[in-house]
Design a protein around this ligand. Structure first.
Ligand SMILES: Nc1ncnc2c1ncn2[C@@H]1O[C@H](COP(=O)(O)OP(=O)(O)OP(=O)(O)O)[C@@H](O)[C@H]1O
Ligand SMILES: [Mg+2]
Length: 267
């Protein structure tokens, strides 16, 4: 049985969480505790369960009773709207079925605050504009979302999540497929949100170097289980990564900031 890790500052928690899309579980007995203000990276090979875990924590996928908690209260005991105000989820797939304008997508972040049939007010526009300034997408406000670049889309999605003013942001591979400039820009925006506004961030990531550079804590998944977790220096170890990713690696350390660089290491 999992030991109780409940504390008064626990923001999100999973207790012995197991989930299957079909018969075979893809998330197995995961017990994790996320404190307010943490910056956590969830890493692991393709198919290890990162996206599924984020969806369960965010209430996008239904979880069994007594397995997912927000502020020590079971997720299913919240009204949808309460969760929509507190938890933002940015999916891995950033396609939009319709051609919304950028401003409309950012304003969607305000929808949990609106009552039925009411429209966004001046305050909502001001918040959306601030979020667009922060992510430097204001100049695209009236362009169609489907006609801007991948990096710009990514920043628009983050602006939408910022305008939601959530306590927790769940971001599924927010920097994949972006060039190095956008990767750093977006992660710096997230770092600022974490450090200046105490936002709790949980990011699914593949880039182990960026994960070690920006995240204060890493959770490494293998086949739906937590293989290990802790500060990047404790998780990004040669023996651990070779076992989980089934490839030889070499690890170098950046002298400037201590971040770790993991590269294939065949002899
Ligand atoms: N909608 C779905 N229906 C059925 N099985 C699914 C579904 N989504 C994911 N899976 C399966 O669940 C497992 C975990 O998938 P998940 O998307 O959570 O992995 P991931 O770690 O995010 O992978 P990636 O790095 O490729 O994004 C995989 O075996 C995947 O095939
Ligand atoms: Mg995924």
């Amino acid at each position: 049985m999992s030991t109780k890790t409940q504390t008064s500052s626990s923001l999100m928690e999973t207790r012995n969480l197991t989930f299957a899309y079909g018969v075979e579980p893809v998330i197995r007995e995961i017990s994790l505790n996320f404190q307010a203000g943490e910056f956590t990276g969830v890493i692991g090979p393709n198919g290890s369960g990162k996206s599924t875990l984020l969806k369960l924590i965010g209430g996008i996928l239904p979880s069994s009773p007594e397995t997912v908690f927000f502020k020590n209260r079971e997720l299913s005991h919240y009204r949808k709207k309460e969760l929509a105000v507190s938890i933002a989820w940015i999916p891995q797939e950033k396609q939009m079925a319709f051609s919304f304008k950028v401003i409309d997508i950012v304003l969607m972040g305000r929808h949990p605050y609106l009552s039925p049939l009411s429209f966004e007010g001046e305050n909502d526009y001001r918040i959306a504009e601030d979020a667009m300034k922060q992510t430097q997408v204001l100049e695209f406000a009236h362009r169609s979302f489907n006609e801007i670049s991948g990096g710009e889309k990514q920043r628009v999605m983050i602006a939408s999540a910022i305008s939601q003013k959530p306590e927790v942001m769940l971001l599924d591979e927010p920097t994949s497929a972006l060039d190095i400039k956008y990767q750093i820009e977006i992660l710096n925006i997230l770092r600022q949100l974490n450090e200046r506004e105490n936002k709790s961030l949980i990011l699914a990531m593949h880039d182990l170097h960026l994960a070690s550079k920006f995240c204060k804590r890493l959770v490494l998944l293998k086949e739906g289980r937590v293989f290990c977790e802790g500060p990047p220096s404790e998780v990004l170890k040669k023996e651990i990564l070779e076992e989980v990713y089934e490839v030889k690696v070499k690890i170098f350390q950046d002298d400037e900031d201590g971040s770790l660089l993991v590269v294939p290491g065949q002899s």
